[in-house]
Design a protein around this ligand. Structure first.
Ligand code: MG
Length: 228
């Protein structure tokens, strides 16, 4: 009788040969998919009437009567030169030692572009680039919701590192401006104080609420698009 020896050799899965090049090309062509759309970040709706907004508006108007929260400057036309003449913000230093001359927060509709604009005018983009080169940190705070439809108008600004504030209370609530400061602070890794910031916008009744948060309000005539 012969003894039975059981082989303990590990079982190796046979290598599966790769398909010939021509076949692989066919497979690749079949699995080509459309580029995935970049998801639109969530944002709340700040447009239209709300009791909270109306309350903030009445509070602002009441305080304005007593000389509190009024604009710190008025510009006929928004430009880098005009801004530099009136802006009075405290500089701050980033964790890496880089200095910023201050934070400029811009309204969008009727300030950087006409109302409901779907793109950013070249003149406004050029101004923002100049201000950034001047050493300012820049942000946009609009009451218009950030959606797939509004995103294109912010795209050139976002590409240069400008924060578009989202998910805050509607202007003129103090919380809108505090939220903007918080978001910029989180981005930069340093606490940006109200004294280091200015809000630039065409509407005292909404943008002007910044003054109640201790942020200078620079009022500007509605964007005309001409002569900048
Ligand atoms: Mg506006």
């Amino acid at each position: 009788m012969t003894s039975l020896t059981i082989s303990r050799r590990p079982v190796v899965a046979p290598l599966v040969g790769r398909p010939p090049l021509a076949a692989r090309a066919t497979v690749q062509a079949k699995v080509t998919v459309a580029p995935r759309a970049v998801p639109v970040p969530k944002d709340n709706d700040r447009e239209g009437f709300s009791l909270r907004k109306a309350g903030a508006f009445l509070k602002l108007k009441l305080l304005n009567l007593f000389g509190v929260g009024e604009r710190s400057a008025h510009l006929e036309k928004l430009s880098r030169d005009a801004l530099l003449e009136v802006v009075d913000v405290k500089p701050f230093t980033l964790p890496d030692g880089t200095k910023r001359r201050g934070l400029l927060v811009f309204d969008f509709d009727d300030t950087l572009a006409v109302k409901d604009a779907t793109s950013l005018p070249a003149s406004s983009l050029a101004m923002m680039k100049q201000l950034q080169a001047d050493g300012f940190e820049l942000a946009v705070l609009s009451n218009k919701q950030y959606t797939a439809q509004t995103r294109p108008r912010y795209a050139p600004l976002e590409a240069m590192g400008v924060l578009v504030v989202r998910n805050v209370a509607a202007k003129p609530s103090v919380k809108a401006f505090e939220g903007a400061l918080d978001q910029v602070s989180a981005k930069l890794g340093v606490t940006v104080k109200p004294a280091s910031a200015a809000m630039i916008g065409d509407k005292a009744s909404t943008d002007g609420g910044s003054a109640l948060a201790g942020i200078d309000f620079i009022e500007v005539e509605k964007f005309s698009g001409a002569g900048r």
